[in-house]
Design a protein around this ligand. Structure first.
Ligand code: GDP
Ligand code: IMO
Ligand code: MG
Length: 422
């Protein structure tokens, strides 16, 4: 399969988990390289639903090496809960999961600060997952963070945590929030540290050994291109590089070892949280929500929905270098008479063929739509490209062409089998 970076080409929740699970069959190693437990990657195996937050989705297949790379931020208590939850379903992490020594830690004060800053922002809030992601990456950039390597060194961790709690309690008090008890946090984190210690290794060395042995590595992106800290709709973004470059910095595997980039996108658009979404449409949102679809895997929030936005996905191809596309949730459009896809933006008489960086301009952008006739037939039982309705094939080919990459996978349902390879 070669070394593959998989990224979300929209605003997250594109169906990366499902596609990762499908592609893992041919991979030896699956690596998370950025984000934290703000991610929620859904995988169905038979009727069983799994939602993965920090553990790579590759864990659901046996004998695949799973790595949480240096670029990820880890809430250790939540990671232990995830590992225990997986064990209840017979999924064993011991021996298959490796966690970077240098991944940064998320602490309860990060979560609290995340929540307090959102309250302070009022109507301008980002709509974060409140998992403490922004403050944790903030500490990393400010060089005031703590890492896994500190967590598993008890005397060092005690000293580091004591100072951190002291400093952050002052900030929490200024927000009018309750200060944290060092004792409680210390006890919880030390217990998690003891549990996680056997998983913690130098993942850069581990991954380079895999590269040397010509193993196939799959880099599991979290979030999506327009949530990228540099390339997204700032400030309505997450705090990591969700685009392809993040796979290198977040793993220590260099760019020239990467062979291809797969972009995952829905056949329409969704976004959870605040910020501009040019093709947002109540019509499509009502339809999908009535079908019980498009509720967040991490927070349960109803996702905002809209028509497919090719201006955005074209830009995703540009910044990620997407070679191949996996288009998911094709079946979500099965009942529509007319399907729209945005081919450009307009503000007054000015046309934009790219996503403007100025958030105010982007908020004013009106989509220019191309219309496609709907196929109005269920697609969820389709397993081969030729069996898809001709109108569905035409729509998928058109949006792939507008996006500027080769259509490689079409997904017609959440299950592994509901996958069409081209
Ligand atoms: P991720 O964060 O990119 O992994 O995506 P999420 O798991 O948060 O959200 C994607 C949702 O779409 C999940 O509920 C998946 O089970 C579901 N899904 C993925 N592909 C398909 C598909 O082709 N059809 C349908 N009906 N559901 C899909
Ligand atoms: P996966 O990997 C969709 C969004 C939040 C919010 C913004 C910032 O499942 O695709 P954060 O908590 O990261 O500071 O929130 O980013 N967000 C996601 N939206 N899918 C995700 O992950 C997301 N992770 C964060 O809703 O708008
Ligand atoms: Mg998700």
């Amino acid at each position: 399969m070669a070394n593959t970076i998989l990224v979300g080409a929209q605003w997250g929740d594109e169906g990366k988990g499902k596609i990762i699970d499908v592609l893992t069959e041919q991979a030896d190693v699956v690596v998370r390289t950025q984000g934290g437990n703000n991610a929620g990657h859904t995988v169905f195996i038979g009727k069983q639903k799994y939602v993965l937050h920090l553990v790579p989705s590759g864990i659901l297949r046996k004998r695949k090496l799973c790595v949480v790379g240096n670029g990820v931020v880890i809430d250790p208590v939540s990671l232990v809960a995830e590992i225990d939850g997986l064990r209840q379903f017979g999924v064993k992490c011991e021996g298959n999961l490796f966690i970077s020594e240098t991944a940064h830690l998320v602490f309860p004060y990060h979560r609290e600060l995340d929540a307090q800053r959102e309250i302070l922002k009022g109507k301008n809030k980002i709509g974060t997952t409140k998992r403490g992601i922004g403050p944790a990456y903030g500490d990393k950039a400010a060089r005031t963070g703590a890492r896994m390597i500190d967590l598993i060194n008890p005397p060092r961790f005690e000293e580091v945590l004591r100072n951190k709690i002291k400093e952050n309690n002052e900030i929490l008090k200024a927000f009018g929030a309750k200060p944290l008890s060092f004792k409680k946090v210390h006890a919880a984190y030390r217990a998690a540290g003891d549990r996680l210690k056997p998983f913690v290794v130098n993942t850069v060395v581990l991954l380079h050994e895999a590269v040397r042995q010509q193993k196939d590595i799959l880099f599991e992106g979290a979030q999506g291109t327009f949530l990228d800290l540099d390339h997204g709709t700032y400030p309505f973004v997450t705090s990591s590089n969700t685009t392809a470059g993040g796979a290198c910095t977040g793993s220590g595997v260099p760019p020239h070892r990467m062979d291809r980039v797969v972009g995952v996108m829905k056949a329409y658009t969704t976004r959870v949280g605040e910020g501009p979404l040019p093709t947002e449409s109540a019509e499509i949102a009502d339809m999908l929500h009535a079908m019980g679809r498009e509720f967040g895997a991490t927070t349960g929030r109803a996702r905002r929905c809209g028509w497919f936005d090719a201006v955005a996905t074209r830009q995703a191809t540009m910044v990620n270098g997407i070679d191949e596309l996996a288009i998911t949730n094709v079946d979500g459009l099965d009942t529509l008479e007319v399907i729209k896809a945005c081919v450009g933006y307009r503000i007054g008489t000015r046309r934009y063929d790219y996503v403007p960086n100025d958030i105010e301009l982007l908020s004013k952008c009106q989509p220019i739509y191309a219309e496609f006739p709907g196929w109005r037939r269920p697609t969820h039982d389709t397993r081969h490209w030729k069996e898809l309705p001709a109108r569905a094939r035409a729509y998928l080919k058109a949006i792939a062409e507008l996006t500027g990459a080769r259509l490689a996978i079409a997904s017609v349902g959440p299950a592994r089998e509901q996958t069409i390879f081209l």
